[in-house]
Design a protein around this ligand. Sequence first.
Ligand SMILES: O=P([O-])(O)O[C@H]1O[C@H](COP(=O)(O)O)[C@@H](O)[C@H](O)[C@H]1O
Ligand SMILES: [Mg+2]
Length: 574
Amino acid sequence: MDKRVFDNYIIWKNFTMADSLLNEELDAIEADEEAINDRFYKELEFGTGGLRGEIGAGTNRMNIYTVARASTGYGRYLLKNNSNAKVAIAYDSRINSDKFAKTAALCFAAMGIKVYIWKEIMPTPVLSFTVRSLKCDGGIVITASHNPSRYNGYKVYGKDGCQITTGSAAQIYKYINEIDALNSMPDYNFDEGIKQGIIEYIEDDVFRNYIAEVKRTSLFNDNVNKNIKVVYTPLHGTGLKPIKAVMKEMGYSNFYVVDKQAVADGNFPTCPYPNPEIGEVFNLGLEMADNNGADLIIATDPDCDRAGVVVKDRANYTLLSGNEIGILLFDYICKRRLELKNMPDNALVITTIVSTDMINHIARTYGVEVIKVLTGFKFIGEQIGMLENKGEEERYIFGFEESYGYLSGTYVRDKDAVNASLMVADMCEYYKNQGKTLVDVLKELYEKYGFFLNTLHSIEFPGEYGMKSMEKIMETFRKKDPFKDFGFNVLEVRDYLESVSRSFYEKAASISNIKLPKSNVLTFVLENKISVTMRPSGTEPKLKLYLSINAKDKKEAQDLEHDVYTAIKEYIEK
Ligand SMILES: O=P([O-])(O)O[C@H]1O[C@H](COP(=O)(O)O)[C@@H](O)[C@H](O)[C@H]1O
Ligand SMILES: [Mg+2]
């Protein structure tokens, strides 16, 4: 083991004597080099959605010390830009989320930064709204989103209500890096901060205004009493209060909550992996739907920025993928805006390089421009900010990413599952009035545009060894062209780390630049309308493989997908 790692372990062990839980954890791993290494080989870093890590002792863990370190660094950055800085804080239902939120509040307050904090658990999009509404210089949410219960995290927002992107993340990280976690806990008391007014609970008005904005995104509010039956589950997270409010106020009186999952609980007792991408999270919702014949089951992740959907198609229930929800919503939004005569000139949809290309085809039909950004909704939020600066905000009609992230308004700058739930319910009601289910509509879209199969395969690579293995795999694919050995012709390679795209459509290869921030992502466009994108996840120790096939029917697409994935998997495992 690296000496620095072991020295750090000893320092933390001595320091945490007064913190029995952390100390016990460190004591117990005394003879386990791997466990020590995993806790100390690095510091938590900014990934796709802020800092994220397992809860526990060490520099590579979420604990009050690493939270204090991040907060002190972020606080210094905020003060550098504005000596009267204000910051907003929200937290979800995860283990220690409230404690970490208070730790952060203390750090900011001790530095003289005014803190607005929610008194109860709140969704991530509400924090984005709060930052803008209270004119804060920034904000944070304590959450690890949809990760398993052993994780927590720290999402950081700029004054535009958008999660910090590459440039500001690097600047903030410089400040954080100057700070020693164990010396960053302030000598300050939360109640004292409240008394002095430097820490203030956020008023309910902000929540009500947020709800009003979400309701305003509806393209269907001409029909107040809705007929469809909706089953909803917040998966033990923050979604219940806002989604119940919006749905009831928008006339969805047949709205049923999965009781067992309504209780906020960071142990996620009924769904250990509270991710709407995983079909099992719908089990309890399906039981309920089987009994009451619901048209729709909606699940939102713990910080309520992702929404997953199961729809009733005659007698069956079908789980939609993130891409399928995205194309259905996009098509619905275009259709409704044209019907309501409020389609903006030069309308714009923003999506990511790992989301379905089918969006381009639909966009062409409606004359909507498509912008593609790197993975992470923050890059979509950033684009909305750029439009706002040019006074062109109205052009934005929809943003979506394959990992169940959607936003159809500009009142927040992050994906919003409250907005997504309302839009999906509206869409379901709209088509039901025409005698169609969402599965029928999806089939119509596939008939019109050809069948698109988009799959995501995640391969786990835990710990330092895993991280290095992923790097090696990425390098191998970058340097060699294994697809040749698999028997596929490569037509184009996009290397987002080197910002170049090489295409081989003609005999001589041509090279062009990619105008996106550098990121460790590779896309291989193969013959037969197949493409493969690979990247290490920025939120979990996983290599993500996104396969996209455009074929004449489902069977053909599935066969091709199987062949490509099997070849890649065998190659990686070799
Ligand atoms: O986790 P969330 O819901 O905050 O979501 C975050 O992580 C997702 C997965 O990222 P990765 O593929 O790097 O794991 C991203 O798609 C999303 O935009 C980002 O906000
Ligand atoms: Mg989330």
